[in-house]
Design a protein around this ligand. Structure first.
Ligand code: ATP
Ligand code: MG
Length: 421
């Protein structure tokens, strides 16, 4: 099989994936890997360990797609049906592969355990299929090329599936698709709404769709962050990257300083880089975000080079005792107010001997709102160089408001420390 793979489908087999307790993460991994190879996933199915259901899903996928990847159901137990069902649907007989049989037996011998008879099933190979060695488990994968279609059967456990895909499946797909590749870039934006970004970006990216090579642009929105995803495909990777770079530069210029990264970096990593460049340390005082700002900062590897620590000052008395916020300031303005945010930022900055102090105080809801200060009201202050204070009214539920607040705080640090134009 050669030429571009037009349609790939993924089938995740396993009844546990149809419960609320386990999610099919293998298909997310596989989709990412396939996209890298220039292959678009057109359909994913999740199916329980039922012979008829699995056969139906496999039959349909094989009728539509030129690449079908299954995950799970290659184990030795009675509910592991993938190997048999796929052989059955394709009308291929299963034959015992002596080499695989010997290696499965050797795996058990090494552990000093007698191989259970049921593990013999894992050495059955549909006629014409290639077995893919499993370095991290007993079940080998299988690779089949039949009637112009490619089929890969991979084990369910991610730590077995991933190395098997990378070692044996990816090179086969790359070869079959004639070096076709997909390249992506992500522009990350904060402090703007999805529609504001769309308004600025659409006139530009709409031209990319019809250019050669065409660039596909998608907008993704999260609380506190908007992303523009650009993707293009072809065989000349250097040319693809150049085209994407040009597109990124034009879009970033149109959206302006709200763009905080074009290389995949998170907002917290960007802030960390700015602090580290100056040799500065940050300390944070958080009320409604409960430590999640410090969590985001310390998620960045190497953050000890620019993070000192923080105080979660949820109760007013803690704001007073740990951050030296005057009690009468809270009485006069309320805990969610700009003067209190400023006092918290100044207090944490002084107590920790930090270069930059950041404070967040707000109402994450669902209760606690009032007419003057509705749920979503958050005051954020920066102490130190570029000192600033702002009050926001963030939309969404408690989780969204908290996320918005930490992103806005990070962005305020970013702009406080960025050279002004
Ligand atoms: P085994 O030999 O371990 O039985 P298998 O190929 O039969 O391998 P399954 O029995 O279907 O695989 O799944 C084994 C485990 O792998 C599951 O309990 C689950 O934890 C994980 N797993 C299976 N499918 C997926 C999936 N699609 N995404 C993430 N994890 C999965
Ligand atoms: Mg199993």
């Amino acid at each position: 099989v050669t030429g571009r793979i037009r349609r790939a489908e993924i089938i995740a087999a396993g009844s546990e994936l149809l419960t609320p307790h386990r999610i099919d993460t293998n298909s997310l991994y596989l989709t990412g890997q396939l996209n890298e190879l220039g292959v678009v996933v057109r359909l994913k199915s999740v199916v329980g360990d039922d012979r008829d259901d699995l056969a139906e899903v496999v039959r349909q996928a094989l009728a539509r797609a030129d690449l079908v990847i299954t995950t799970g159901g290659l184990g030795p137990t009675a509910d592991d049906l993938t190997r048999e069902v796929v052989a059955d649907v394709l009308g291929l007989s299963l034959e015992l592969d002596e080499g695989i049989f010997a290696s499965i037996r050797a795996r058990f011998d090494r552990r000093g355990v007698k191989m259970p008879e049921i593990n013999r099933r894992q050495a059955l190979v549909p006629r014409g299929a290639e077995a893919l060695p499993n370095a991290f488990g007993t079940a080998p994968g299988l690779w089949l090329e039949v009637a112009g279609r490619m089929v890969a059967l991979l084990p369910g456990p991610p730590r077995e599936l991933r190395p098997m895909f990378e070692t044996y499946v990816a090179p086969r797909i790359a070869q079959a698709s004639g070096g076709f590749r997909l390249r992506r870039r992500i522009i990350k934006i904060t402090g703007r709404s999805e529609s504001q970004v769309e308004e600025l970006a659409f006139p530009i990216y709409s031209q990319f769709a019809t250019a050669t090579p065409a660039i596909e642009t998608t907008i993704l929105a999260w609380p506190g962050q908007i992303e523009l995803h650009l993707a293009t495909s072809g065989t000349d990777v250097a040319a693809l990257e150049e085209v994407l770079e040009g597109a990124v530069v034009r879009l970033a210029a149109a959206v302006g300083p709200a763009v905080f990264s074009v290389d995949g970096s998170s907002l917290e990593a960007v802030v960390g880089r700015i602090l580290e460049e100056r040799g500065w340390f940050v300390a944070v005082a958080e009320s409604c975000t409960g430590g999640t700002l410090l969590g985001r900062l310390t998620d960045v590897p190497g953050s000890s080079a620019w993070v000192l620590g923080g105080v979660v000052a949820y109760a007013d008395e803690v704001k007073v005792r740990e951050l030296d916020v005057p009690a009468d300031l809270i009485a006069a303005h309320g805990a969610v107010s700009e003067p209190v945010a400023q006092a918290m930022a100044a207090g944490v900055c002084r107590r920790f001997a930090a270069d930059v102090g950041v404070a967040i105080t707000g109402i994450a809801g669902p209760g606690g709102g009032s007419v003057e200060k509705p749920v979503g009201t958050v005051a954020i202050a920066i102490a130190g160089p570029g000192a600033a204070v702002r009050t926001f009214t963030f939309p969404g539920d408690r989780e969204a408001i908290r996320r918005h607040a930490t992103s806005a705080a990070l962005d305020m640090v970013r702009s406080a420390l960025s050279p002004k134009p």
